[in-house]
Ligand binder design. Structure first.
Ligand code: C2E
Ligand code: MG
Ligand code: MG
Length: 740
């Protein structure tokens, strides 16, 4: 080290001290200042000159290095050094400049302030170095009077402080910006509010405890009151979530939250914050309890952060609304079809093995809608949606279509019996009490395929089968069902083909009077002989024809055939009548009645010779439509018989409204009629027929004994294998000829 550098050492004691800068310190905090000089005396004079100096409320504390190398080591070890008073020329000419490079480049410390001092102006660094390395001041030692030194140190520390604040702000803002992006990706209220609390932790401190509160109504599912509920918490207990704030059992917190909400502004206190979050109609309060008071910077940053939170809070609500629109049914507030598919996905993929998914279809909902108006229809649907939930709260419910509901739950709860029980009592819609029933399609987890869409298809298939089922209104999906479906589709297309190729036949089974023993008529029965010469039973293909709607064309053909037959019987057997079976879908044709009347007129036959056989079940659906049609047909003179009587469920009140001529006692009540006590039903039907002044015909007589018992009971007419099996038209004519 050059001796010359120290030749002006006494400069530090030159006059102009200014006591203004020497202020009282207000605490124990200090500024760490590193003095770097190879001359020990410079260290002591500097320290002396700066003794008692208080900068921004803090005293200075000194570290000493006597070479560039030592300086680097100390700076590395003491991250709290704020200022380095640095000699330029030490062990080498540029030792000081190397320290500068080390600070700025190696350590990347842009905040540490550096004041270069040199005894020799000749060793002044380039101006570019001063700029590049952000050097606060460059002074020759001669320039550094005490006053100047104090001013320089003062300015440098102040500048350090500013940089620190800017840095803190920048970091805080970075947190806010990254926090906001993170928050804006949260779409659910719970993750958003939880996210806000963890951002607050980042911004303030990990030690805070906080609750995010809002009024429950409309925010938490199934909560309808205006008390404060906890949406998220940190530092308390997770059990608080979605519970009333009171559950926290802190009167202070409850009071503060309420006051903040009412006064609509933030409340900052030393130990707590109550932050008012509001945008549009969406309001919340965040209560934060602090372990240490916040700094001013934190408070400022918090304010910036909160504006973003309010916007985010409103967005989450809007998003929730959109989600609701996309996944919730607007009328019942239940999940909609889309959401039901997601629930079914879960049903199909989760590990629970004992669950069942089902669809519930209300029968004749559209009639109710048409007859009583949409308002009543909507009220009915709402009522059904509500009552469904009585099955069990743990089940998942959905409105899948206009009058179709979905349910997923345990096999114990989702049973046909429980589903049917829902419909035992009428529903109240406005002033109406509406008795309704429904069909149910079910699928157990065992049979469920692997995706929601597939399961929906499965329960839909089961539902369709249930709808077609006359006796039971529910069906479980099972693996054969699809094979059956395929088989049914094949049969239907074969039937359609054979029908259009004129391969169906109408056979006749004679009906006799028990009083005279004479043939009084015949029941026309369809026969389908397939290409291989085999007969397919009507009990098999009639339901398929009904299912496919083909029964309408086939039914028209049957009536026409029967009329042709009556026409040909006209001359020789004018008393013979023919009964034709008709199915429900035929009645749904608009011009059903007109068609029959036209056919009769066309063939110029006596309408009373044509009889239509309807089954009791026909009344289960739309009874009024059927009753009206039959009444019109009856008024034309056409005769009406009630087939398979006693096997259905029709109520007597409807029966009385039917314009009937004959009751047919089903074979089931005839088979065992001779046995002790087995004739009760036949007896009842016969006496009921008498009371209603109807003829009674028994079918399925196979033995003489059955005939005798029927005579005793006062039955009028019979039909059965005992007399004749159904036969082709020509055979029937022959049969008649033999009889006469
Ligand atoms: P159904 O109207 O109750 O017809 C009576 C059924 O009993 C006929 O069966 C007949 O062959 C059978 N039968 C008559 N006497 C006896 C007997 O003594 N013993 C036994 N074991 N059976 C007897 P089929 O012809 O198989 O018809 C079955 C069902 O198919 C009919 O029941 C009817 O509901 C339906 N069907 C037949 N033809 C038509 C049609 O043209 N249109 C409609 N819609 N349904 C039809
Ligand atoms: Mg019949
Ligand atoms: Mg019958």
């Amino acid at each position: 080290m050059q001796a010359s550098e120290n030749s002006h050492d006494d400069f530090l004691f030159i006059d102009d001290s200014d006591e203004d800068e020497i202020l009282a310190s207000d605490g124990n905090e200090t500024w760490q200042v590193l003095i770097v000089d190879d001359d020990p005396e410079i260290h002591s004079v500097t320290q002396l000159a700066l003794s008692d100096l208080v900068v921004l409320g803090r005293r200075l504390e000194y570290l000493h290095a006597y070479s560039g190398k030592d300086a680097c080591q100390l700076i590395k070890e003491h991250s709290d050094i704020v200022l380095v008073l640095l000699d330029v020329v030490m062990e080498t000419d540029d030792a000081g400049l190397n320290v500068v490079k080390y600070i700025r480049e190696e350590l990347q410390r842009k905040d540490i302030r550096i004041v270069l001092r040199t005894g020799q102006p000749g060793y002044a660094p380039e101006e570019s170095v001063i700029k590049e390395y952000d050097i606060n001041d460059y002074k020759t030692k001669t320039e550094l009077t005490r006053r100047k030194l104090v001013t320089t140190v003062f300015a440098a520390i102040r500048s350090f402080q500013q940089i620190a604040t800017v840095n803190e702000n920048r970091q805080g803002l970075e947190k806010i910006v990254s926090g906001s992006t993170e928050l804006s990706s949260q779409h659910s209220l719970s993750t958003f509010s939880q996210g806000v609390l963890s951002q607050l932790q980042t911004l303030i401190s990990d030690d805070i405890s906080a609750v995010f509160c809002a009024r429950g109504q409309g925010i938490i599912d199934n909560i309808d009151d205006l008390s404060f509920y906890v949406l998220a918490q940190t530092g308390y207990d997770d059990n608080l979530i979605n519970q009333k704030l009171d559950k926290l059992q802190s009167e202070v917190v409850s009071k503060q939250v309420k006051a903040c909400f009412l006064q609509q502004k933030h409340h900052y206190q030393e130990d707590s914050l109550n932050l008012y979050v509001a945008k549009g109609d969406h309001r919340a309060v965040i209560h934060v309890s602090l372990s240490t008071p916040m700094t001013e910077t934190q408070t400022q940053l918090l304010n910036v952060f909160l504006t973003g939170v309010a916007v985010g809070y409103e967005n989450v609500h809007l998003f929730q609304k959109l989600t609701n629109a996309a996944y919730k049914d607007w009328l019942t507030n239940l999940p909609n079809r889309l959401e039901f598919v997601r629930l079914l996905d879960d049903f199909a993929q989760n590990t629970a093995t004992n669950n069942v998914a089902a669809l519930i279809d209300i029968n004749h909902f559209s009639d109710i809608n048409d007859a009583l108006g949409q308002d009543i229809g909507n009220k009915l649907l709402t009522a059904v949606g509500q009552r469904l939930q009585s099955i069990n709260r743990d089940c998942q419910f959905s409105r899948v279509g206009a009058d179709v509901f979905g349910i997923i739950g345990s096999a114990e709860h989702v049973t046909p019996e429980n589903l049917m029980a829902i419909f035992h009592q009428p529903f109240i819609a406005g002033e109406q009490h509406l008795p309704i029933n429904a069909c149910f399609g079910l699928c157990t987890k065992e049979h469920a395929q692997s995706s929601g869409v597939q399961v929906l298809n499965q329960i839909n298939i089961a539902l369709n089968i249930a709808k077609k089922n006359r006796l039971e209104h529910f069906a479980y999906y099972h693996s054969d069902i699809e094979d059956q479906m395929q088989w049914r589709l094949n049969m239907i297309s074969q039937l359609r083909n054979d029908f259009s190729n004129d391969c169906l036949e109408l056979w006749y089974q004679p009906q006799l009077s028990l009083a005279t023993g004479k043939v009084i008529g015949a029941e026309a029965l369809l026969r389908w002989r397939t290409a291989d010469g085999q007969f397919v039973s009507p009990a098999v293909f009639i339901p398929l024809a009904e299912y496919s709607g083909l029964i309408i064309e086939i039914g028209d053909w049957v009536i026409k055939q029967a009329c042709l037959q009556l026409q040909s019987l006209e001359k020789s057997y004018a008393d013979i009548s023919i009964s034709v079976n008709v199915s429900i879908p035929q009645f749904r044709q608009d011009n059903f009645v007109e068609n029959i009347i036209n056919t009769i007129t066309e063939h110029r036959i006596n309408p009373s010779k044509l009889e239509l056989e309807i089954t009791e079940n026909i009344l289960m659906d739309e009874p009024q439509i059927i009753i009206d049609a039959l009444t019109r047909l009856k008024s034309q003179g056409i005769s009406i018989a009630l087939d398979d009587f006693g096997t259905g469920f029709s109520s007597l009140s409807y029966l009385q409204k039917l314009p009937l001529d004959r009751l047919k006692v089903d074979r089931a009540f005839v088979t065992d009629i001779e046995k002790e006590g087995q004739s009760v039903i036949a007896e009842t039907i016969i006496s009921l027929g008498k009371k209603m002044q109807l003829k009674v015909i028994a079918e399925g007589i196979e033995e003489l004994g059955q005939q005798e018992r029927l005579i005793e009971l006062g039955c009028d007419e019979v039909q059965g294998f005992y007399y004749a099996k159904p036969m082709p038209a020509e055979d029937f004519i022959e049969f008649l000829q033999q009889q006469s």
